[in-house]
Ligand binder design. Structure first.
Ligand SMILES: NC(=O)c1ccc[n+]([C@@H]2O[C@H](COP(=O)([O-])OP(=O)(O)OC[C@H]3O[C@@H](n4cnc5c(N)ncnc54)[C@H](O)[C@@H]3O)[C@@H](O)[C@H]2O)c1
Ligand SMILES: [Zn+2]
Ligand SMILES: [Zn+2]
Length: 361
């Protein structure tokens, strides 16, 4: 049996997204059908609409979601109808060279559903990040469902499925911020502010937030930044050095995705410090640095995909911390919206008015 549901489709490069009817198959082997309860609007959905990720239109957008399992394929174990889950785009294979070496967060062969969701005329849809959750129901690989405590509100839980996890994990997993570190975060949207929160959770003693938007900096203070710098008004490298006894920060997290902000991150870090790039650059961008500076400053330059998270390890733990009042994830939810308001949410995102708009179904 197939299910007819409403979903948000990007039909072509730059075209406005629209709600339309989507046909979702019943789950086959290894798959799960999920009744979506909430799905955040992420910058990556906008990238899809603009053709920045691929040309496989039409896309079924949405990938930052939580929901309830409605049905599972015949061979699926450990997941049942009624389970409350966060959807992930890292269903690890267990077999590739990264998984076999005990580093599954680098898995090179993550799972997605084998069957395709379609339009009513049979056109195959490409689900965003293998999820496609701006829809009443979606079909995913069973491994893309991570069971968590159902007491968390769906619109909060879903955020762990992408951007908030990316920022938290950049600080906690990739940079491995530890107690007493100084941390600077450049770019304080949803991702950067999650990195601020991650640094605070890890016990950083100084957390310096940098942005060009005073509103974002006010949010950063609320998430735990000890100092804020508007880089339109002050040089961020000099300011970060001034705040760290002229040394630079132990960890600098770049959450914009541009060569100029990356260069700031590079020079704002202490000797032997760590830079983490979590912002996503576009294919035309180039970085030029004196090789001697790279050599002479030591330390490590890393990038972070999805916060180097392992959903089965990190999602239930972060949900528990939230339920204990130690991780105020609800502050990322700027507004909840209906399925037909995704295009408006993109505009608000571009104007910097929201950290996250979340579709509630
Ligand atoms: N690595 C990953 O796994 C991953 C996951 C999700 C998103 N991302 C990426 O992270 C980045 C941030 O995402 P977001 O949702 O927070 O976006 P966003 O647009 O909400 O935030 C970007 C922030 O950067 C600020 N900014 C812009 N130019 C700046 C400058 N020159 N100096 C300082 N700040 C500047 C903006 O004011 C804004 O607050 C994007 O590139 C996004 O694609 C990466
Ligand atoms: Zn693998
Ligand atoms: Zn995302």
């Amino acid at each position: 049996m197939a299910h007819e549901v409403r979903g948000v489709i990007a039909r072509g490069k730059g075209a406005e997204v629209a709600v339309t009817t989507v046909i979702v198959p019943d789950p086959g082997p290894g798959e799960a059908l999920v009744r979506v309860r909430a799905c955040g609007v992420c910058h990556t959905d906008l990238h899809y609409r603009e053709g920045g990720i691929g040309e496989d239109f039409p896309y079924l957008l949405g990938h930052e979601a939580a929901g309830t399992v409605e049905a599972v394929g015949s061979d699926v174990t450990g997941l049942e109808p009624g389970d409350f889950v966060i959807l992930n785009w890292r269903a690890v294979c267990g077999q590739c060279r990264a998984c076999r070496r005990g580093r599954p967060w680098y898995c090179f062969a993550t799972h997605n559903a084998a069957q395709k969701m379609t339009l009513t005329d049979g056109t195959t849809l490409s689900p965003a990040l293998g999820i496609g959750a701006f829809a009443e129901k979606t079909l995913v690989a069973a491994g893309q469902c991570t069971k968590v405590d159902p007491r968390i509100r769906p619109e909060v839980a879903g955020l762990l499925g992408c951007g908030v996890m990316a920022g938290l994990g950049a600080a906690l997993n990739t940079a491995a911020v530890s107690r007493g570190d100084s941390v600077a975060v450049i770019g304080c949207g949803g991702v950067g502010n999650a990195a601020v929160l991650g640094a605070r959770l890890a016990g950083a003693r100084k957390i310096i937030a940098v942005d060009v938007d005073p509103g974002k900096l006010a949010w950063a203070r609320d998430f735990g930044a000890t100092d804020v710098i508007n880089s339109r008004e002050a040089d961020p490298v000099e300011s970060i050095r001034a705040l760290t006894e002229e040394n630079g920060a132990d960890v600098v997290i770049e959450a914009v995705g541009r060569p100029e902000t990356y260069t700031q991150a590079f020079y704002a870090r202490d000797l032997a410090g760590t830079v983490v790039l979590v912002g996503v650059p576009t294919p035309d961008m180039k970085l030029e640095l004196p090789l001697l500076d790279f050599f002479g400053r030591g330390g490590s330059l890393k990038s972070s995909w999805y916060g180097d998270c392992l959903p089965s390890r990190d999602f239930p733990m972060l949900v528990d911390l939230h339920l204990q009042g130690r991780l105020p994830l609800e502050k990322f939810v700027s507004e909840t919206i209906a399925l037909d308001k995704v295009e408006d949410a993109f505009a608000k995102m571009q104007r910097g008015e929201v950290l996250r708009s979340v579709v509630v179904l």
